[in-house]
Design a protein around this ligand. Structure first.
Ligand SMILES: Cc1ncc(C[n+]2csc(CCOP(=O)(O)OP(=O)(O)O)c2C)c(N)n1
Ligand SMILES: [Mg+2]
Length: 343
């Protein structure tokens, strides 16, 4: 496979050199790890790099792969609109806003096997804010966990695709979620267990900004910081909205970065609707060895559908037929840039 040709950075097996490449590529003057810890440990560059012909290459996103992911994210958004229309209920804003991040996970970041969902070495992706599950279902279907046609059963009686994810119904889900504020607690349990068992998989937890109004979230954040759970990466969907308003009006969360830092976390921020930027931050998180990492991903709720963007009233309602038609037209024409095959 020649996917990485032309866009990969060759580097030595030595971790020190690898970090220089990483730092140079991210345009930063300081390596994102503390030198003393890395000097003491010989870190296998395997998880940061891609091995071919006995050489290690930094995992970057070549342009053609990025384009592929962006188109998949757009397809994911179309499926979300179609599912919600069919279901007649559900959440629009959060799933659309997180389509880029889910696409990046399922098609580039995760070490997983869609046809073997219980494979023990898989990375764990915990979805804490369960109400945005239409985006997870769409990514799972597109990546081969189940047929895309099953998406039409969202929220139907006896469907495996419940309105909030039900772990034992659908292989590939790591947890049941819906009650907010539980995901980081579940993820720290997985991270601690993996460390105690000497297992190498990583644990990712997707959580929302609204969930940071839950006390349980902060207990988990405190525990992870204390235990230096460096195999855990939390991603906060910082879309500034919650069920009936803007977070900063309902319960201000800022300064969120400083709060995490005070709990001994490594904090990164990015544009959560920019796949390349997000993937870069994930790679950077893998290079942090003394702390858990949180990526505060700034996303636009309703991203891709003009009349839904940044409007909290789309938190928990589906489009009607007319609205879905308008939304699908916008997505299928990439905002009027191309002709849709459906026209
Ligand atoms: C413990 C708990 N309390 C309340 C709710 C009801 N609820 C569902 S979504 C939501 C808003 C949470 O904010 P956020 O996740 O940021 O929403 P989004 O960004 O998706 O609009 C609330 C209060 C819940 N699911 N669980
Ligand atoms: Mg929110």
């Amino acid at each position: 496979m020649r996917v990485f040709t032309g866009s990969i950075t060759k580097c030595s097996k030595e971790f020190g050199s690898a970090m220089k490449v990483l730092t140079k590529a991210s345009g930063r003057s300081n390596a994102p790890v503390s030198a003393d810890i890395n000097q003491k440990r010989r870190i296998s560059p395997k998880r940061l790099h891609y091995k071919r012909d006995n050489c290690y290459y930094k995992l970057m996103l070549p342009d053609d792969k990025l384009k592929e992911l962006e188109l998949l994210a757009n397809k994911t958004r179309e499926l979300i609109i179609e599912m919600l229309l069919e279901a007649g209920s559900g959440h629009s804003a959060g799933p659309l806003g997180m389509a880029d991040i889910f696409t990046a996970f399922y098609f580039h970041i995760l070490n997983h096997r869609p046809k073997e969902p219980d494979w023990n070495e898989r990375d764990r992706l915990v979805l804490s804010n369960g109400h945005i599950c239409p985006v997870r279902y769409a990514s799972m279907a597109l990546s081969g966990y189940f047929p895309v046609s099953e998406l039409k059963t969202l929220r139907k009686i006896n469907s495996r695709l419940q309105g909030h994810p039900h772990r034992t119904s659908l292989p590939g889900l790591e947890t049941t979620s819906g009650p907010l504020g539980e995901g980081i607690s579940q993820a720290i349990g997985m991270a601690l267990a993996a460390r105690l068992n000497g297992e190498k998989h990583r644990i990712y937890c997707l959580t929302s900004d609204g969930e940071h109004e839950e006390g349980n979230t902060w207990e988990a954040v405190m525990f992870a910081g204390k235990n230096k759970l460096n195999n855990l990466t939390v991603i906060v969907d910082r879309n500034n909205i919650q069920i009936d308003g803007f977070t900063e009006n309902v319960m201000p969360l800022e300064p969120l970065k400083e709060k995490y830092e005070a709990f001994n976390w490594h904090v990164l921020e990015c544009d959560g609707n920019n796949i390349r930027e997000f993937v870069d931050k994930i790679n950077e998180a893998k290079a942090i060895f003394e702390k858990p990492t949180v990526i505060i991903a700034h996303t636009i709720p309703g991203e891709g559908v003009d009349f839904m963007e940044k409007d909290f009233t789309w938190h928990g309602k589906p489009p009607n037929t007319e609205e879905a038609k308008k939304a699908l037209n916008e997505l299928r024409t990439l905002g009027g840039k191309i002709r849709s095959e459906h026209q």
